[in-house]
Each structure stands twice: as C-alpha cells, then as structure tokens.
Design a protein around this ligand. Sequence first.
Ligand code: BES
Ligand code: MN
Ligand code: ZN
Length: 504
Amino acid sequence: MKATFEKKGFGGVEAGLLAIPCMRGRVPEKAVSLLKELGAEKDFDGSRGKSLILHTPREKYARVLLIGMGREKNVKIEDFRAAGGKTYSNASLLSAERCAVWMDEKTEIALGDAAQAFVEGFFLKSLRLDIYRSKKKDEEKKEASEEPSEDDDEDAQVKELIVLCEEDLSRNVKEGYILAEAQNYARLLDQEPANIMTPQRMADEALMLAKKYGMDCRVYTSGELEKEGMWGLLAVGRGSAQSPVFVRMGYNEGKGFPQIALVGKAVTFDSGGVCIKPSKGMVAMKYDKSGALVLMGVMRALAELKVPVCANLYFGAVENMPDGNATKPGDVVKAFNGKTIEIVDTDAEGRVCLADAVSYAASKKPELIIDVATLTGAVSIILGRYGAGVMGTDEKAIELMLKCGEHTHERLWPLPLWDEYFDMIKSEIADVKNLGSDRGEAGTITAAMFIKEFTDGVPWMHLDIASVDHIESPTAYFRRGPSGKHVRSLTEFVRAWVQEKAKK
Ligand code: BES
Ligand code: MN
Ligand code: ZN
C-alpha cells in the first residue's frame, strides 16, 4: 500500500471511493449539489459520527463517502485519524483499490495536520493482525452467507490512498505514512507469540532493521553478558530455555549530533517466574516486549525522516520463566553499574533487566535517556487504558513529551518521584529491592524510582506503557491487538528535542 498526494480538487482523480470529511453546517458546495442531485439532501448534515455512502452516476468517483466531523469549533486532530480509519474500513468493504480523500475544510486545525492525521488513521486501521489464521473471516462468513462486517476485508485490496488538496500537503502525507508504517512495524512484531518472537529473534529483527537503514548494531550473548556484568538480565533469564541477549543499535553515530539513548523493556514472555502469575490474562504477557519494539519503530521513523540526532537503542531481550534453575525470591544480584539488587518478587523482572540496560546506556554519557517499558499493572489502575505514565529527572523533557503525547493522541500523564518513595525500595541486605510495598501502593512510582538508581545522574525520562500496549476494544482506527503506541509521540519528541538543542 502507498500514500500519494495530488494537488487537485474534488473528483480530481479516478478512485473506487472518494472520502470527504465535512463539518456540520459547512458541507462543501460540491458535496451538497451531489446530495441534491441524488435526492439525499436530508440524509447528511455533517453531524459528528454520522457518515453516508453515495452511489453516484459519475465514472470518476462512483462512490463517495461523506464523513460527519461535527461542529467546526469542536473538531480535533484526533477526529481526522478516526475519519481515516473509517475511510479505510469502507474502502476495504467496497474493495476500492484506489481510495481518495478530498481535504477542503477550513478549521482552526491546519490542513497539513488534518491530512497527516487522516493518513495515520487510514494506515493504522489497515494493519491485519491475524496472520496466523489460514481461513479468513471473510470466507467463513460467505459460507454462512452473512453480511460482511468491517473486519472482514481480504488482504491487499486497498492499494493506494490519494490525498487531494488545492494546497500542497505532500510533506504531511509522506510523514503521516512514514509514522503509521513505523508504528505498524512495531505492532506486527509485537503480535508475534512468544514461541516465535524469542530473545534471539528480537536480536535478529534488530539486526535486519539496522542493516536496512545502514545503522550500526551489535548483539551480546550469554558469555559476553557475564563479562560485562549484566547480572540483572542474566538473573531474569535463568529460568528459561531461551538465553537472554543484549542489543545495542546506533543511528547517526559519530556525526556530532545531540546524543539520545533509548532503552526498551524486551521481556518476550512474562510468566512471573517463580512468583508465577495467575493463568487468567497471562496470554497478554507476550506483549511484555512492547517497549523495545516501540523503540525499534522510533529508530525506523528517525532514519526514514532523516532526523539529525544520534540515537542509540539498547535492550536486553529475555523470557521470564519458572524452573529449577530460576531466580528465587530473596536472591541478590549485582547490576552493570555495581549496585546490588535484592529480588523480592520475580514478577518485578522488568526493572531488573532495565537496571543493566539503563546503566549501560548511562555509561556512554548521552544527553538524555528515555526508557519505555510495560512495567506495572498499577499504571492502568491509575489511568485506565487511556494513557501512559511518564516520570523522570528531566522536567523539560517531560513537559515536551506531554505536548507530543497530546498532539499525537498518544497521551501521557506525569507522576511524582518524591524522595520518600525511595525509602520504599530500600533493602536491608542489598542496595535496593525490586519491590516497593507488597500491597502495591504507588507501584508505578516505586518501579520508576528503582530505575532512577541506575541512571547514574544522566537526565532521564521513563514511560510506563503497560496501560496502552495493546487494544482490547477496537476503535475507529485500531483493531484488537498490539497498539504500537508511543512510536509517533516519541518520534515527534526526538525531533522537537533536537530542534531545541540546535537553538542553544
Ligand atoms: N509485565 C508486567 C506488568 C504488566 C502487567 C504489563 C499487566 C501489562 C499488563 C510486570 O513485569 C509485572 O509483572 N509487574 C508486577 C509488579 C509487581 C510484582 C510489583 C505487577 O504489575 O503486578
Ligand atoms: Mn512481571
Ligand atoms: Zn513484565
């Protein structure tokens, strides 16, 4: 599939489906006359959430999808993502190979932002996450002779989205496409089950990504991890038949650009280890690698967009399993930076892996470390599934991140790291323990507080994405499955962050 831009107006190209987002009370003249011609004037007024498909007598645009966006003053950028998703669903149901959208509305929102969001929603919705199904729902339904629904689209029918506008929006269309595809890349890998996406396979994917974009990449296996002193990562991996690996990837190294370190949690499956999780909901623990994959998506986007930054990605890929050889509650291990950890709960494994990866990143002295992790169930207790938690020691970075989260609708909310929380992770026998309160009090914060101990004074920001890693109820532009959330917000953050640096 591809996205193209044409500096043309309504009906400027031939398409199987022409979509037109319309404001309430401001339906474009061309659409109104089409409605009149078909005697459907009363059926559409641009009300929010209402849409209408018109079968027209025109050859160039036989089917027109009018999408109600609601009142002009209430329209948000996010509404254009929803419109894009809706358009994809309709194009797919109608088997429209070429789908066009005419961007004409004049609102508070810049046309470029609206077009970019539309493209994002369109391509995010297009990703199929049922690659292991040999029989698609479509065929089953046909047999049962039911009406198809929007999830029944067969693969690859929709081949192209053409954005039409009298104003040049080619850059926005291109960027929307790059960002959505980077996010889809993360989602597709995240969808893979743990028997396929093993720690070694994570490393192989990183090597392939690096090769494709001319980035540097190194993989460290067990023996080297011992030599480096990554005993946290090794401790988490001890109970698994799959050995842990550590991956380092670099974009634009040695070119004098501002240096940023990205650190991801890459637990390919989290059974909880000896402190085993209840079986209900354990399937979702294949998504415990989301953090690293989201950051691989960010690396890809940075390379595609040629962002002038030096970005290094680090992650320790590992499987957390119970076994005779597994780490036990009470065990003590030493992390890369020499700090000792008392492992009180083997299910708080993410922070133990991050201890090594974050302190390794810190040893390279970047200007900022960002870690992204499906770290705590507690973050969804705080925020539900509508946002991720953000914490850290770099207030400016957090402020900027909040803005990027808002703009991309990958929302975040800040949590405090007051000194008192550190008291909760003090250990009697080691430097820190990997569990705060055993009643779960401030679980998201104490987890972050633990990671802070391994940042060694480098400015740092932490995203706990456990609340948004996968979608349970489909939305206008997300199907069920991994969300790839924070690929777009983080890419936008890095771009804005380098721009700020350049000003100084
Ligand atoms: N991977 C989980 C966190 C998680 C939970 C992600 C639910 C997505 C959905 C993490 O390793 C974990 O098990 N955290 C524990 C921490 C506790 C033992 C302190 C949790 O949240 O229960
Ligand atoms: Mn866990
Ligand atoms: Zn985990």
